[in-house]
Design a protein around this ligand. Structure first.
Ligand code: SAM
Length: 399
């Protein structure tokens, strides 16, 4: 037998992936392919990548088949982004019936309901746990009270009080290699930083390395929207220092508001004289008091203010100036674009619900950019260990 191997008909995307990766690793094509084969050698379970049997829409050489679970899914901002990179959604959870309706229309399945009622055994294993947990007030005072009373405190006890801790319990029991979370920027300063310390400390206690960064979506969509992105890698798999970096916005021209506006929006989105007058008077009263509350007439050549879940009330935070008439609010489709959701996603709920859903969502293009960096680490792990799981999955006893 010779030591030669000729492989024909290598799919084009595999070829370009090999080319990209061998350059990154400073290897020749021969060294790179042989090293992959050596990693695979003797393994009982093939294919090399656990989910590779699935047909994946490989949109770039950095795509890698992986599985994920979508918690506090809303309308699936995480799902849109992760699916676009080859991710397969194994589980989703969202209790709001209108968000479930949109989710079903967009992805074909209805999420499970209340996270507090889900038994961990019902959640399939997944590589990435994603979730924009609700940013309701966090009560940390209760913990020190329990401590002072000599009651059980710490992680187990905290699960009662807060939805983040429900998520943490699932992380503890399912041990996803990666947890990818998102929340409002304030999370870091809430309660003088103590809330964030508890959240970060909890994830670290579970054995994860925690990376976090506030990212403004304005680099990807024409909206100023600062959110904290939290990416956690299981130390038992990736070691203490996984080579993760948050992405920078794409270079070149920033998107501007004018790019996402509809050409002929329905006149129902134009403010009535009554509402327009009310908003102007309201702003005037606050100006007199020396504070800056009020409506925001958008600069079409720039980016908008942050779209909030309350936008349906009067739309005052983002008003589009119109020649010869009162300003108008954004249409639901424009809100979808402002958040970076594709135009072919149908809007299947009322305007009120649509505004609320978009205002609550995460921006898929930002999630996608962060996820690309996560996938680089997954690929690095697969390259050095031949699998995402160099150690048996450590799992606590399921509840
Ligand atoms: C900040 S939003 C997340 C939005 C999502 N990232 C998206 O892109 O649309 C939080 C979501 O958690 C949901 N939620 C709140 N409490 C819940 C619970 N107990 N069980 C399941 N979902 C819950 C809310 O309905 C809301 O849609």
């Amino acid at each position: 037998m010779t030591d030669q191997l000729l492989i024909r008909k290598v799919p084009r995307h595999v070829r370009s992936w090999i080319e990209k990766k061998r350059v990154e690793h400073g290897m020749t094509q021969q060294e790179f392919v042989v090293s992959i084969l050596e990693h695979a050698f003797g393994r009982s379970e093939l294919p090399l990548f656990p989910a590779a049997v699935r047909k994946v829409d490989v949109s770039g050489p950095e795509s890698l088949p992986f599985t994920f679970a979508d918690f506090f899914a809303g309308i699936g901002g995480f799902r849109t982004a992760l699916q676009s990179l080859g991710g397969e959604c194994r589980f989703s959870c969202e209790w709001d019936k209108y968000s479930q309706k949109t989710y079903k229309a967009w992805y074909g399945d209805t999420p499970e309901g209340d996270i507090r009622k889900i038994r961990t055994q019902e959640i399939p294993d997944h590589d990435v746990l994603a979730g924009g947990f609700p940013c309701q007030p966090f009560s940390i005072a209760g913990v020190s009270k329990k401590r002072s009373l000599g009651h059980a405190h710490g992680f187990k006890c905290e699960t009662q009080g807060n939805l983040f801790f429900n998520l943490a319990t699932i992380i503890e029991q399912k041990r996803p290699p990666v947890a990818f979370l998102e929340n409002v920027k304030n999370l870091q300063s809430h309660d003088q930083g103590r809330t964030w310390l508890v959240i970060k400390g909890t994830l670290e206690q579970l054995g994860y390395t925690v990376f976090h960064k506030v990212i403004d979506a304005a680099g990807w969509v024409p909206q100023h929207r600062e959110r904290v992105y939290i990416v956690c890698f299981d130390k038992h798999i990736f070691g203490e220092n996984p080579p993760f970096r948050f992405p920078e916005p794409p270079p070149g021209k920033r998107p501007k508001l004018a790019d996402i506006l509809e050409t002929n929006p329905d006149s129902k989105y134009t403010l009535s004289d009554h509402l327009w007058k009310y908003l102007q008077n309201y702003a005037e009263r606050h100006r007199e008091k020396g504070n800056g509350f009020g409506f925001g007439l958008a600069n079409l050549d720039g980016v908008s203010r942050t779209l909030s879940a309350r936008y349906f009330k009067d739309g005052s935070e983002i008003l589009i100036p119109q020649q010869g008439s009162n300003p108008r609010r954004l249409t639901p489709r424009e809100c979808a674009r402002l958040m970076g959701f594709p135009d072919d996603y149908p809007i299947v709920v009322s305007d009120t619900q649509a505004y609320r859903q978009f205002g609550n969502a995460v921006v898929p293009p930002v999630v996608q950019a962060v996820a690309r960096e996560i996938i680089k680490v997954l690929t690095w792990q697969v390259m050095r260990r031949g699998s995402l799981f160099n150690a048996p999955r450590r799992r606590a006893k399921a509840s």
